[in-house]
Design a protein around this ligand. Structure first.
Ligand code: SF4
Length: 258
């Protein structure tokens, strides 16, 4: 597996309720306009690590302080030996989570026996994918990944199965989130839906037309999505994670950047 880096400190935000380490893989099949990890898009960087080497580096980095490891990217499912690394971490006693862009359902299927959490980025309503990820991608493939995970996630503990959408107006805004919520409702969604704010930090010049939504805007969109679809929606912002219930007054939230 090509590893771009291991986050030096335990994280409290990458797996709600758990203290985890984070491993970044090198290479991604998308080129999202708002990507703030764009140095991880080319497949040429990073260091190749065997499963044993990865476990050793994780142990050396976190010194037993973390319960789990989140493998993110880049796009982890494009690493041909991802399943071996997930199993090695799991055998070493870590709960393992994988973040994915959903474009490789076969790879996701290969790790479902060893992971405790998967977070899928649903970036846009399926027909809109090309304008957000700027690569040819089949919506059917994303849907296949979603359905695989939706079956796997049924009945699992909270935060095992997360779908998240980055709100980045005018590219991805209220209308797109509502359409995604409709899709989740139609599919009998079994996980947790999170809307999160686009952040400009670390993005490229082509993202300059995007706007960071305010917390108020994000809460308003999430509340509308929850009321319309009947599914639970969470907002992830600089203020932390907040569950949105129908009737919550969005004006009570901060009006600063989310
Ligand atoms: S899928 Fe993630 S890593 Fe890949 S380009 Fe999009 S935001 Fe960046």
């Amino acid at each position: 597996m090509r590893v771009a880096g291991i986050w030096p400190n335990p994280s409290t935000v990458d797996w709600p309720g758990k203290l985890v380490g984070v491993v970044y893989t090198q290479g991604c099949s998308f080129d999202c306009v708002y990507c703030h990890n764009h140095p991880l898009i080319p497949f040429s960087g990073g260091r190749p690590l065997s499963p044993e080497e990865l476990v050793a580096e994780v142990e050396e980095t976190y010194l037993g302080m973390v319960e789990g490891i989140v493998i993110t990217g880049g796009e982890p499912t494009l690493q041909p030996d991802l399943a071996d690394h997930v199993k090695a971490l799991s055998d070493a006693g870590y709960e393992v989570g994988v973040d994915t862009n959903g474009a490789n359902p076969r790879a996701i299927s290969s790790v479902l026996g060893s992971v405790s959490r998967v977070a899928l980025d649903l970036k846009a309503p399926l027909p809109d994918y090309p304008r957000v990820v700027r690569r040819p991608v089949s919506g059917e493939l994303i849907l296949e990944t979603f359905r695989l995970l939706n079956d796997w996630g049924r009945g699992r503990p909270p935060w095992s199965w997360e779908v998240r959408t980055t709100v980045a107006p005018p590219l991805v805004g209220r209308q797109e989130v509502l359409e995604i919520a409709d899709l989740l409702a139609r599919e009998g969604f079994s996980g947790t839906f999170v809307v999160q704010a686009f952040r400009r930090d670390g993005t490229r010049p082509e993202a300059s037309f995007l706007r960071e939504p305010t917390v108020e805007e994000l809460v308003g969109i999430a509340r509308e999505a929850a009321e319309r679809s009947g599914i639970e929606v969470f907002v992830r912002s600089r203020l932390g994670l907040k569950k949105i219930s129908p009737g919550l007054d969005a004006r009570a939230a901060s009006t600063g950047p989310a």
